[in-house]
Design a protein around this ligand. Structure first.
Ligand code: PRX
Length: 644
């Protein structure tokens, strides 16, 4: 064992853990790798199948990386998240909604949630939505957001959620890409006490999208709302007499699509990650149960927005498939004050709390006084997701929020993976801050060198996964070749996830960060190419390169190097204009923190920007990597001398 400090689960926690020791984990893990089909077959017994599957896993076309999990099986995900629980858990609380206004609390039992989802699904059907249709969803964090996802799943419509923090331009692109027939949105929402008008924003975005036939608007706050033709208020629609309280769940094939979720990558345009029914359900269900060690009386809170994969997998599908009680919060951690999260934990007696390192870092700034005012003794387990957690934040979280009594599960995964890939089994693993630890059952993970050979202990390399797992994305929607090029071709026989990491002498994975041009700002995933293209769409900009730099709260923030067009002079006003321009094009999360105007950028002789040099400059490092292809070496000193 390595000699860093390790944190062990308490005896009491261990006693209630599904997996109690490293030996027990290792035994199951080894068996799951040796015979994944047998392993997943056992797990799939927990799912209600309308018709049984004929094989657990089968390659359809290995060249094209096409395969089936639970081939020919028929099921419905919403049935497995709701109806299945009605026998034993009808009166159990499924969802606790806490609004930004403290008194705004709504609780739904499984029976009530089942009713709401059925009605919502009937409204969709009434408006012509059928199995296989795409439905875009652009919603604030209100119960109808979760309900709309399940309603789509119930009738076999493919939901495509667009995070509501994106600009109208980005939203438009994503709706167009999915070729959605309907858009579900809300009139507006409260954000830090301010009323935000959603409907108006999103209407602008879709003005000239031909595919959208109808807009369904959930009335949420008191703001003026004007409806045009083919726009409907959900609450009015659901009152109509022909909307029944029951809705037969559609029989879906295991490999039918469940949803599309866009994410940023190395290419300019967003990629629509496609997930399917059975594998995704099985995988999120199983990972949720084991990694959060979920037991039937636990109240679980995931702070992620449903607009991201964390919300899809671990606020909606994973927990509900386990008949869990999920808490959903409408607001942000620092409004009305910096005690908000701790107040909510105390009020709703949260047992499992899952958040992002950026949230922990932003709350750490206020010290421990706000924390001490609240009784957090209900907590049993803490979680972290979205970006590497720095050891200082980990220890603060452990000591002050978990009172040195709650394991922290640092869960490493991606939009593409559907669920956790590497994360601690909390009752079994000694924890080391910053380490995501070991792979989940059935995940054959490794670290490889550039030439495909296995990296040594502690040697950084590419994190890869051998063989598909049930929750793995099946393709980039409509662009299978791109999927192969990005994820599959780089290391034949492996899925390449784009992260750099290493494995230490304990076999623990340490994730260092992205090795491509994806930048994680406050856990949000942004592609440098997207931001660069937003910058050059401004009339003053000739060329731009965007790289990350370390940021105390956000983890990483954006540093833009910009070449202005001839005759345009740099100024503070122009910096402001460009920041606003990016916010308008992509969304406020993509605003560069630093903009440096430069005369030239480091390039190869063929004109390709060498971003790693800019990244080193932004990180105050001299580690530029190989400079032999750099065409204009003088540029390094020039840029450095004016670094912000
Ligand atoms: O770089 C890794 C980082 O987030 C990327 C995936 O981003 P996204 O698709 O937006 O999904 C975020 C929620 C799962 C990964 O490639 N990442 C995610 N979790 C961790 C992490 N990096 C280090 N540690 C983590 N726990």
């Amino acid at each position: 064992m390595s000699d860093e400090k390790k944190y062990y689960p308490s005896k009491a926690f261990q006693e209630k853990a599904y997996i109690k020791s490293m030996e027990e984990y290792q035994k199951i893990y080894d068996a799951s790798i040796k015979n994944p089909e047998e392993f997943w077959k056992e797990v799939a017994k927990d799912i209600t199948w309308f018709k049984p599957y004929t094989s657990v896993f089968e390659w359809e076309d290995k060249e094209k990386y096409l395969y089936s999990w639970f081939k020919n099986g028929k099921l419905n995900v919403s049935y497995n998240c709701l109806d299945k629980h009605l026998e034993k858990n009808a009166e159990k609380i499924a969802l606790i909604f806490q609004g930004e206004e403290e008194s705004n609390v709504k609780k739904y039992t499984y029976k009530q949630l089942h009713l709401e989802v059925s009605r919502f699904a009937n409204v969709l059907k009434k408006h012509g939505i059928k199995k296989g249709d795409r439905v875009s969803i652009y919603m604030p964090m209100i119960p109808e957001f979760l309900i709309s996802l399940l309603a789509c799943a119930r009738i076999g419509a493919i939901h495509s959620v667009v995070f509501a923090g994106y600009s109208t331009q980005t939203t438009k692109e994503r709706i167009e890409f999915a070729k959605s027939k309907m858009l579900i949105t809300a009139d507006g929402s409260l954000r830090a006490g301010k009323k935000i008008n959603f409907k108006e924003e999103v209407s602008k975005a879709i003005e000239d999208i031909k595919d959208i036939e109808k807009i369904l608007v959930v009335k949420n706050i008191d703001i003026p709302l004007t409806l045009k033709e083919n726009e409907y208020i959900y609450q009015e629609e659901v009152k109509s007499l022909d909307i029944l309280d029951t809705c037969e769940p559609e029989e879906m094939d295991s490999e039918d699509p469940l949803f599309i979720l866009f994410n940023s990558g190395t290419v300019e345009k967003p990629k629509g990650t496609l997930h399917t029914n059975a594998g995704y359900l099985v995988y999120t269900k199983e990972t949720f149960k084991y990694i959060f060690n979920y037991h039937q009386d636990d109240v679980y809170w995931c702070t992620a927005d449903i607009g991201w994969i964390t919300g899809h997998s671990y606020l909606v599908y994973g927990p509900l498939a386990n008949a869990a009680t999920v808490l959903m919060y409408e607001g942000i951690p620092t409004f009305p004050d910096n005690e908000t999260y701790w107040r909510i934990i105390e009020k709703h007696k949260v047992n499992i709390f899952y958040t992002a390192p950026t949230v922990i870092r932003s709350l750490m700034r206020y010290g421990t006084d706000p924390v001490k005012k609240h009784d957090l003794s209900s907590l049993k387990l803490l979680g972290s997701v979205g970006e590497p957690i720095n050891p200082e934040a980990w220890v603060w979280y452990y000591e002050n929020i978990g009172k040195s009594n709650c394991p922290i599960v640092d869960t490493w995964w991606q939009t593409e993976s559907g669920g956790f890939l590497i994360a601690p089994f909390p009752g079994a693993f000694p924890l080391k801050p910053g380490f995501a630890t070991k792979p989940f059952f059935g995940i054959d993970a490794d670290v490889l060198r550039e030439d495909g050979s296995k990296a040594d202990v502690n040697e950084p390399g590419s994190v890869v996964i051998k063989k598909p797992w049930p929750g793995m994305m099946r393709t980039i929607y409509g662009e299978h070749q791109k999927y192969l090029d990005i994820y599959i071709s780089k290391y034949p026989g492996y899925y390449f996830c784009g992260d750099r990491g290493k494995i230490d002498e304990d076999g623990y994975f340490f994730i260092i960060g992205r090795m491509d041009d994806v930048i994680k700002v406050s856990g949000h995933r942004l592609g440098s190419a997207e931001i660069e293209s937003a910058l050059v769409s401004n009339k003053n900009v000739g060329e731009a390169a965007v790289v990350p730099f370390p940021h105390e709260i956000k983890g990483q923030a954006l540093y833009a190097f910009v070449i202005l067009r001839a005759g345009i002079n740099p100024s503070e006003d122009l910096v402001k204009e460009l920041r606003e321009h990016v916010a308008k094009e992509i969304g406020p999360i993509a605003k560069p923190d630093k903009i440096q105007f430069v005369d030239s950028l480091p390039k190869t002789s063929s004109g390709k920007i060498i971003r790693r040099i800019l990244r080193a400059i932004a990180y105050d490092s001299e580690d530029y990597g190989d400079l032999s292809t750099l065409y204009n070496p003088e540029v390094i000193e020039k840029i450095k001398s004016k670094k912000i």
